[in-house]
Design a protein around this ligand. Structure first.
Ligand code: 3PG
Length: 217
């Protein structure tokens, strides 16, 4: 197994165990720790902190320091610099919405378990050419939904996915029932309105409901 394939396996195993990966967009660093604690209390431990806000790196650091049960990865990695930032922060994994040749090269040369984002067969072929056989399928619902993912399973039976984009309580089980889906990602477990109002109990309750639903399927 190549080094990159080995790292794809690491992230695939981590995600398969988690089943749901909340995509966190944190606007205020003070929200980071209570948000992560609320998710962990609801049984959701693998967290994607997106590099979408100025405080993202500080938010990720705070969670890593103060919420030991959280497994923190960095998302919205758009270029090799973002990837280097994620590695420096001590992220357990990196994930991107898409991939450029530069990013794929840097990720293949780097040490971080990484899932490149793909939406087409050609993008998946580029990822595979760099050794990545675990990918984020993004934007999952908008790029053809479950039918599109099933179609990709034909020529690419070795690839497992984390579909993200348009996934929520109503369709998470359907996606997770696909044999090539390890986990689903999304923002539904941490709505911006709940973060803004500090509705941590509401976030924990939603996580508990989702995890119960997944366990009873
Ligand atoms: C992502 O970056 O993965 C998406 O913004 C999450 O999509 P969602 O908000 O539709 O869950």
């Amino acid at each position: 197994m190549s080094v990159t394939a080995h790292r794809s396996e690491t992230i695939a195993v981590l995600f398969a165990k988690a089943q749901v990966i909340p995509v966190l967009t944190i606007e205020r660093v003070a929200d980071a720790v209570p948000l992560a604690r609320a998710l962990v209390a609801g049984g959701v431990r693998v967290l994607e902190v997106t590099l979408r806000t100025p405080v993202a790196a500080d938010a990720a650091k705070a969670i890593m320091a103060e919420v030991p049960d959280a497994i923190v990865g960095i998302g919205t990695i758009l270029n090799p610099d973002d990837l280097a930032r994620a590695e420096k922060l001590g992220a357990r994994f990196g994930i991107s919405p898409g991939a450029t040749p530069d990013l794929l090269r840097a990720a293949a040369d780097g040490a971080l378990p990484f899932a490149p984002g793909i939406a087409t067969a050609s993008e998946l072929m580029a990822a595979l050419a760099h050794g990545f056989d675990f990918a984020k399928f993004f934007p999952a619902e908008q790029a053809g939904g479950i039918k599109a993912l099933r179609a990709l399973a034909g020529p690419f039976p070795q690839v497992r996915f984390c579909p993200t984009g348009g996934i929520g309580e109503a369709n998470a089980v359907a996606w997770l029932s696909e044999p090539n889906v390890a986990a689903v990602g999304g923002s539904w477990l941490c709505p911006a309105s709940d973060i803004k109002s500090g509705n941590w109990a509401g976030i924990t309750a939603m996580c508990q409901r989702t995890m119960k639903m997944l366990q009873s399927r």
